[in-house]
Design a protein around this ligand. Sequence first.
Ligand SMILES: CC(C)(COP(=O)(O)OP(=O)(O)OC[C@H]1O[C@@H](n2cnc3c(N)ncnc32)[C@H](O)[C@@H]1OP(=O)(O)O)[C@@H](O)C(=O)NCCC(=O)NCCS
Length: 289
Amino acid sequence: MKDRFQTIDELEAVLLKIYDKSTAHPEFQDRWRKENPSMGQCVPAALIVQHYFGGEIYKHSKEFHYYNLIGGEVVDLTKNQFPCELNYSKGKKKRPNLRMAKTKERFELLKERTERFLDTRALAATVEIVNLADYPQYLEQCALWVWEEWDKERGRTLDDVVAKCRNSVNRDKVPQMYGALIGEELIGMVSIWFGDGQTGSPPEYPWICSLFVKDEYRGHDIGVKLQKKCLEAVKGFGFKKLYLTTHLKGYYERTGWKLYAKPLIKGQGSLIYEHDLSSEPLKTDSKRD
Ligand SMILES: CC(C)(COP(=O)(O)OP(=O)(O)OC[C@H]1O[C@@H](n2cnc3c(N)ncnc32)[C@H](O)[C@@H]1OP(=O)(O)O)[C@@H](O)C(=O)NCCC(=O)NCCS
């Protein structure tokens, strides 16, 4: 099983993304928060560590808490839920009772999610970002995403959005549209337009719009790869800056976007960001600062 992960740190990074309330101990589910993801997860986490890395499971002497011992070393992937350091010296070897507190179901769920995450990550690594001028067969799918995600509530018809997408594909100038392909499946998109058309854009351009990744492929850097393609394209056309508008908090900052302004139309809650194209290129792995 060790071949699925090179290191325990790698397993921990995956677990922190996939824990949720349903894998937490039933008594902790109401208190589970994204900010403290390992809360209530010690039993399924210890079982998962043993599943992939072997060793023994131990129970803490004072806290109701399980952890692992591998090659004589304590491995406690859920210690961050405690406010202070734990003393492991009097812990006892004890396998959790799989029939208690839905333990078996929680362990199986975490295991299934871990395997799915690894499979999706491997698939996501094969993604190809393509100019949709060369793949017009995907434009209707893009239009549907744009319509469902943004334009439906703005009162636009799907036909209008399909027409706009068809008129927005070019190889050598703005506007452009890019798709993320895994094999023949379209799993994401992004557009470069002269304005976002919503927020009272300032006269500067171009803009990144309609960045979208299919739900099941999120969290594997596809969004970053789509952004990177746009930055390279507009830089190649000689532009110095790229803009976008978003409601998302903390997403674009990770890849070097800087807050430019609040939108110029009153009542819009979104913000405008700019990217200086003379700065460092985007990193495309998940270890961003
Ligand atoms: C926003 C979106 C494009 C991100 O795509 P993605 O492929 O998952 O993005 P990446 O894998 O490149 O980045 C994921 C990282 O960003 C973080 N992130 C994702 N959505 C976020 C959000 N809404 N706010 C803050 N951070 C977010 C994730 O936690 C993840 O961090 P991690 O790698 O440390 O776990 C995707 O969630 C999406 O399509 N959302 C719906 C449409 C949308 O809101 N588009 C943006 C319009 S401005």
